[in-house]
Design a protein around this ligand. Structure first.
Ligand code: AMP
Ligand code: GLY
Length: 430
């Protein structure tokens, strides 16, 4: 039987999901998003531009194409109850309902849930409903704090004292930013990594760890972004961690799934590998962007078969990944994220990317070509035996096609940066 799968969202992450769906034997893909992603459009039998948070319009489109399954990419849609709307209309959504998505969308809920359910790895934290009380806490606290606005901020709301900002800048931030409710928590020190688990019916399957690069500029300088690029190794673990540390992070995911048996979709654990093992930086209720572009290209299990098993309440298939390393680098407009300049013509296409795979994100497809907008433009992914070889594949694609009007963190996945990560962990362990 052929399934009709509706994909919600139009970024690089969703282009990766679209490829996974389109690569299935048993599915036809439809998509809807607020932008027209040319990569997704080329794979889909139909595409509707609509507001990703508008559950009614999404359900109407799902029904008009006869969707039997749906996959939701962005957290904004989950936060708006789009999974609930699709489920309630009889279109199984691979994505949590609004109540479970709070594990991402409400950071106070996330931490309180961890305490109530004894989920391992929770940092010390306090929640605040107003900036004055948060400021008083920062003044009194002995040590560095991470300051998190309680709700969604597109990955750009967190400030870490002692890392990006000073204590007095932290106080100013809670008093003067547009946010009013905050979680203040112990600053975790170590190396960050992500594990994305595919969850349904109280069961889960994990994928290899990925390391994202949040800072805008090379050498981990500059403001935080949605993520500039990421890599994974040919094993589940990363070069700076042991297999046992990977397993300790999976134990955290295990505890969350047990405590939230209704959860379905991707559970994304963001961990800090510290000298006390992995601690939880946050949970997200969806694939990571860029991390989906590391994980889905090496997934050998049929993604749609997985969704069918989830919908039918059958035992979830094991996930098989090819034992390959991946490197993903985003090209972003010049000036991103502070003062991005849109309108550069994108020179690369699927063919000129050569051995690398191209994923479109926020681009504007016009009659005479594809142009940048003010958000991340496209990502280039290399898959190979080693991180070093995967990195070379990505750089080769950029060298051949050029990056005029664009900026890339060329350091992602290089041996130099990997050495720095390994040295950093070794220094902490000493
Ligand atoms: P988020 O928006 O929650 O993904 O957080 C953005 C980034 O802030 C994370 O990727 C971390 O680099 C950093 N961060 C968040 N919480 C902490 C913490 N408790 N300690 C240190 N860094 C943190
Ligand atoms: N890569 C970070 C995120 O998807 O939130």
């Amino acid at each position: 039987m052929t399934e009709t799968v509706l994909l919600v969202g139009g970024g690089g992450r969703e282009h990766a999901i679209a490829r996974a769906v389109a690569g299935s034997e048993s599915a036809e893909l439809y998509a809807c998003a607020s932008n027209r992603n040319p990569g997704i459009a080329s794979l889909a039998a139909g595409y509707r531009e609509l507001d990703e948070t508008d559950g009614d319009s999404i359900v109407e489109y799902a029904e008009s194409v006869g969707a039997t399954l749906s996959a939701i990419g962005p957290e904004s849609a989950l936060n708006a109850g789009v999974a609930d709307a699709l489920d309630d209309a009889g279109v199984y959504a691979f994505g949590p309902r609004e109540a479970e998505a709070r594990i991402e969308t409400d950071k106070a809920f996330q931490r309180e849930f961890m305490i109530e359910e004894s989920i391992p790895g929770c940092p010390d934290f306090e929640t605040f409903e107003d900036g004055e009380a948060a400021a008083a806490y920062i003044r009194e606290y002995d040590g560095d704090l991470a300051i998190k606005p309680r709700g969604l901020t597109g990955g750009k709301g967190v400030r870490v004292i002692g890392d990006q900002i000073t204590e007095s800048e932290g106080i100013e931030y809670v008093l003067e930013s547009e946010y009013d409710a905050f979680v203040l928590e112990e600053r975790l020190v170590g190396e960050e990594f992500t594990i994305q688990a595919f969850v349904a019916n109280g069961e889960y399957r994990v994928s290899p760890a990925v390391q994202d690069h949040k800072r805008a500029y090379e050498g981990d300088e500059g403001p935080n972004t949605g993520g500039m690029g990421s890599y994974s190794d040919a094993t589940n673990a990363l070069p700076f961690m042991t297999a046992a540390e990977y397993d300790a992070a999976v134990d955290v995911i295990d505890a969350v799934v047990e405590a939230m048996p209704e959860y379905k979709g991707v559970l994304y654990g963001q961990f800090m590998l510290t000298t006390d093992g992995p601690r939880v930086v946050e949970f997200n209720a969806r694939f990571g962007d860029p991390e989906a572009m590391n994980t889905l290209p090496i997934l050998e299990t049929d993604f749609v078969e997985f969704l069918i098993a989830a919908r039918e309440g059958e035992e979830l298939p094991e996930l098989a990944f090819s034992d390959r390393a991946t490197v993903c680098k985003y090209a972003v407009p010049d000036g991103y994220p502070v003062d991005p300049e849109a309108g550069a013509k994108v020179a690369i296409d699927a063919e000129s990317a050569g051995e690398a795979t191209l994923f479109y994100a926020s681009v504007d497809a016009r009659e005479d070509g594809i142009y940048t907008t003010t958000s991340r433009s496209f990502a280039v992914v290399g898959v190979a035996e080693s991180i070093r070889e995967a990195e070379a594949i990505v750089e080769d694609a950029f060298e051949r096609t050029g990056t005029e009007g664009l900026r890339v963190r060329h350091d992602i996945g290089t041996s130099d940066l990997l050495e720095k990560r390994i040295d950093h962990m070794n220094e902490l362990r000493d």
